[in-house]
Ligand binder design. Sequence first.
Ligand code: ZN
Length: 426
Amino acid sequence: MPNDDVAACDGFELMQKLYPICRSITGDGVRASLEELRRYLPIQVHEVPSGTRVLDWTIPDEWNIHDAWIKDTAGRRVVDFRQSNLHVVSYSQPVQQRMSREALESHLHSLPDQPEWIPYRTSYYRRDWGFCVTERQREQLTDHEYDVCIDSRLEPGHLTYGDLVLPGDRPEGYLISSHICHPSLCDDNLSGVVVATMLARGMLDGRHRWTYRFLFAPGTIGAIAWLARNQELLDRIKGGLTLVCLGDAARLTYKRSFHGAAEVDRAAQLSLRDLNVDHAVVDFCPFGYDERQFNAPGFRLPVGSLMRARHDQFREYHTSADNLSFVSPDQLQRSLQCLQEILYILDNNRVVASLSGYGEPQLGNYGIYEELQNRNSKFQDALFWVLNLADGQHSLIDVAERSGVPFRMVHEAAELLRQKQLIRVA
Ligand code: ZN
């Protein structure tokens, strides 16, 4: 349960706590991470047994690791899991043997172009093992033989994910999802996890119209497990967002849902416009993160994605350079602000209908001009646009898009017209 001593969630501080944990698609690292998040949010943790069929997939065996190393002939740890959990290929099966340098070579991964960085590699669905090392470490492996140990367990267990439902006035609503399966990597995707946590934390006590569901699940298989186990509620999901790479210095990018012009797509684009931040908008493609699963055939949930650095397009991607100094508290905060704006728009978007019959009402009779005296001219624009589009067919998002006036001001104008009983909202 949330700790009342924690007034707000400091995303960067939370990231510092999550950073050292060795996460994978299953195992105690995910559990420990969710436990940390539960200090801020009443997340419900779910365990799905290995071997369970989820859609076309099967929950794999659970992977846990205690220690791993490569020792030289003098017994020194020349590669040490305790120095960085990236050193072991995620899902490596256990191994303990002395082997020749040549035989070891085929199990090593490094980045010749970035000789100081450790790559991040996985072998989830193929039984294998390996070490990820810096090119420098690899160059220093000159002995003929090495002792190799991966003290891991790969056995039937569970896949763990967490979700949180924030009930609104209506049972329908939105899904906010971030993947929680990467080990010590910050932008991809602790940034998504902590921004989601800050967002949810800020909504715990407030009232909202829609029901918001937050999902913290291992990439791909976790999202598929959630979809498989929640099919009866999917018709209440109006759309959603996956949150990824939100702490780096790149401009914000919104990736549209498969639908492309769903309410969430329009709200996200308005939010970026209204906040006046440098940004890009890109079309949906079936690459990237779990938006691929949510938008897949059969489901087609309109889930877009908010990010900064783009998947696979930055040097630090899936390397040890995606660390705490690659992300900043400021960028996390700005990403959060953009999300809050998107949810504000979604929560306050209404269809508007005139109550004054045909034509434009005589505003002087309703005290509207007095209200306009201390407002700027954009507010007046918003007011006339709302009146004009109040035909029961258009929403406040339509007004904001068409008028160019910020959504918040459109909402305020509609609120005034509603108070003056000139329109009703649905
Ligand atoms: Zn990744």
